[in-house]
Design a protein around this ligand. Sequence first.
Ligand code: C2E
Ligand code: MG
Ligand code: MG
Ligand code: MG
Length: 281
Amino acid sequence: HAKGGGRGQACLFEAAMDETAEARRALERDLRAAVGTGAFELHYQPLVEAGSGSVTTLEALMRWRHPEHGLISPATFIPVAEETGLIVPLGAWVLNQATRDAAAWPAEISLAVNVSAVQLRHRAFAQTVLLALAASGLRPERLELEITESVLLDDTEANLETLHLLRRTGIRISMDDFGTGYSSLSYLRRFPFDKIKIDRSFVREAGHLAESGPIIRALVGLGANLGITTVVEGIETADQLAAVRAEGCDEIQGFLFSPPRPAGEVAEMLAALRGRAAEAA
Ligand code: C2E
Ligand code: MG
Ligand code: MG
Ligand code: MG
C-alpha cells in the first residue's frame, strides 16, 4: 500500500520510535538516579464540601524536579515508576512525607494519598502505611488512600485483604477516577469504599453536553444510596460548580477552588479558601 513517499514515511516513523524508546530509557535512568535524592515534592489540592465550601481533605500529588527538564508531571513518570518497581520506594517516601506534612494541618482536614496497584501488591505495603502514621503521629482516621479500579483488577483477593486490614485501623479508602473502568460498579459490591471520586471526564463536557448531567446525577445517587461520600473532580468553572452542586454531590475538587500547591503554600491556600467560603455563606 506504500506508494510514493511510503518508504520515507516508514523510516521517519522508525526514527520517531527510536527517539521515543531513547527518551523512555533516559527517563527511566534519570528516575532511578533521582529516587532518594530529594528530587521529588508533594503538592496539595483541596477537596471542599459542596455546600459550605470548607476544606475536608488535601490530596497529595507528586512532582519531580528534574535538573534539566524542570517540574515533571506524575502522568509522565508514575507509569515508568510502576513498570520499574521504583513506585515502591517512591510511594513509601510519599506516605512518610505527606503524613508528616498533614500532622501540622488543622485537625479537621484529612490527607488523601494515591496508591498504585504495584504498591498495594507489595507485601510490606500495610506496614509502610502504619509506620508512616506512627512516625508522624497522624491519626488513621485522617488518612484516605485513593485507589483506582486497576488496583483491584489483579491479585484481587490479596489486595482486598490488605485494604480491609487498613480500613479496620480507621483509614478510609476511596475509589479514584470512578466511572472510567469496565467494572467500577461491581467493585462497589466487593469492597466497602468510603468515597467515590467521579472522574473529571464526566465534567469536562458538563457545560456543553446534555448527557453528562444525568450520568453525574446517577453516580451521585448511587453513592448516596450506598452511604458513600461522592466527590466530583475537575471543576474549573462556576457553571460546572452550579451544575454538580444541583446534582447533590458531597464534595468538589478542581482548579476553580485551587490547583495543587506546594506544601509550603498550604496555610496560605487554606486561609484564602476560608475567606471565600465565608463570603459565599
Ligand atoms: P488523580 O489522583 O486523579 O489526581 C487528580 C489529577 O487531576 C491531578 O493531576 C490534578 O492536578 C488534576 N486536576 C485537579 N483538578 C483539575 C481541574 O479542575 N482541571 C484539570 N484539567 N485537572 C485537574 P496530576 O497532579 O497531574 O496527577 C495525575 C495523576 O498522577 C493522579 O491522578 C494520580 O493518579 C497520579 N499520582 C499523582 N501523585 C501520585 C502519587 O504520589 N502516587 C501515585 N501512585 N500516583 C500519583
Ligand atoms: Mg487521586
Ligand atoms: Mg482522579
Ligand atoms: Mg486521574
